[in-house]
Design a protein around this ligand. Structure first.
Ligand code: PGA
Ligand code: ZN
Length: 415
């Protein structure tokens, strides 16, 4: 039984306030904290901010904290902590809106995750097994963001994320090492070319060199893979265009050009031809279901991943499935606001042959719930930044612990 629910305001990796929640049962404890995006989708659940201009520049979360410590605590105390679905449904009902704007998705998600952790702790089993049962033994392939652009960095790259997938391994730990080695090779290449400031990092720990052309970033990745002693069969490439951010009403502003949806499709198809790109996220703006569908049908071997397009929302995902708008779902728990709804999105994706990519946000905390979720749902990939900065490595390191805990039955996903 839940005995106490208590929230507080803490700082995230961008130095902004966020919600942390503690849940106590008679025999267990769970603590979780909530991430935050910079290139957020319009249709995401609402993160409640205080708007008190003289406190944290209006970004305080004391109202959300208060909603946990009053409304939610008084309704949740006495409930069975294992009743995740019932607890999530109750919070959705108490909020009463489609986008969780009354209580705040940050308040609700903090409780939802802390409840799951308190339940696992009360039962004395790891979170991934509590959430995933006996089928939770697949370790996802990390898609590591090693060059930052877009809204995540102070350079002129339109594309927000340039990622590597160390997939040529049969164990997660080995794959993590391959990714980290490539990250260091990349550091050397950028330092030689752009000097020490070329290795400054962006929000997600990837380098933010003074580049403006997409192919310059991709060429640097190719050199790094080679320099680290790997080939295209060991390490592949992915991009998150986060294209809503460079869509200017009618056209996309990229690489010094203005492209329409069709021209941008050709641009991506050429990139896929020239580089070992297996993953493209948000290639078009968040309402461009048809352009997504065209690219998906032309590039059916590439993972076309919907992030701002789907916002982990089953209604938007169902529309995408109907239109063939992608073949993979990006799953961000704070886009929807409860564990149960995030799991529903993963289930809908899986049933329709979509891959699932569990994802962090550009502002994170030390919380590692998403690592356990990725194993629990059998995700194909996990996207949690560069193999550097503790709020990113916390997630990769938790997967090392899970791999160790699983022992012989651990399986590294083969893409
Ligand atoms: P965000 O970026 O967390 O700033 O929204 C991550 C992404 O677009 O995938
Ligand atoms: Zn994205």
């Amino acid at each position: 039984k839940i005995e106490r629910v208590h929230a507080r305001e803490i700082l995230d990796s961008r130095g902004n306030p966020t919600v942390e929640v503690d849940v106590y049962t008679g025999c267990g404890f769970g603590r979780a904290s909530v991430p935050s995006g910079a290139s957020t989708g319009t249709h995401e659940a609402i993160e409640l901010r205080d708007k008190e201009a003289d406190r944290y520049r209006g970004k305080g979360v004391l109202d959300a904290v208060d909603n946990v410590n009053t409304t939610l605590e008084s309704d949740l105390v006495g409930m069975d902590v294992r009743h995740q679905r019932g607890i999530d449904a109750l919070m959705i009902a108490l909020d009463g809106t489609d986008n969780k704007m009354t209580l705040g998705a940050n308040a609700i998600l903090g409780v939802s995750m802390a409840v799951a952790k308190a339940a696992a702790d009360s039962l004395n089993i790891p979170l991934y097994r509590y959430l995933g049962g006996n089928n939770a033994y697949n370790l996802p392939v990390p898609t590591m963001n090693v060059i930052n652009g877009g809204k995540h960095a102070g350079n002129d790259l339109a594309i927000q994320e340039f990622m590597i997938q160390p997939k040529g391994s049969d164990a997660y730990g080995e794959a993590l090492r391959m990714g980290a080695e490539t990250y260091h090779a990349l550091r050397k290449i950028l330092e030689d070319k752009y000097g020490a400031s070329g290795t400054n990092v962006g929000y997600e720990g990837g380098y933010a060199p003074p580049l403006s052309m997409t192919t310059d970033a991709l060429d640097a990745l190719m050199s790094a893979i080679d320099e680290a002693g790997y080939t295209e069969s060991d390490i592949t490439i992915g991009i998150d265009a986060a294209a809503s951010e460079f869509f200017e009403g009618e056209a996309y502003s990229i690489d010094g050009k203005l492209l329409d949806g069709g021209e941008l499709t050709d641009f991506y198809l050429e990139l896929i031809d020239s580089y070992p790109i297996i993953y493209i996220e948000d290639p078009f703006h968040e309402e461009a279901f048809e352009d997504f569908a065209n690219l998906t049908s032309e590039a059916w071997e590439t993972l076309i991943v919907g992030d701002d397009l789907f916002v982990t929302n089953t209604n938007r995902l169902a529309k995408g499935i109907e239109m063939g708008a992608a073949n993979a779902l990006l799953l961000k728990v704070n886009q929807i606001g409860t564990i149960s709804e995030a799991f529903d999105a993963a289930t809908l994706a899986n049933r329709n042959g979509y891959a699932v990519v569990v994802s962090h946000r550009s502002a994170e905390t030390e919380d590692t719930t998403i690592s356990d979720i990725s194993v629990a749902i059998g995700a194909d990939l996990i996207k949690t930044g560069a193999p550097a900065r503790s709020e990113r490595t916390a997630k990769y390191n938790q997967l090392l612990r899970i791999e160790e805990d699983l022992g012989d039955i651990a399986r590294y996903v083969q893409l």
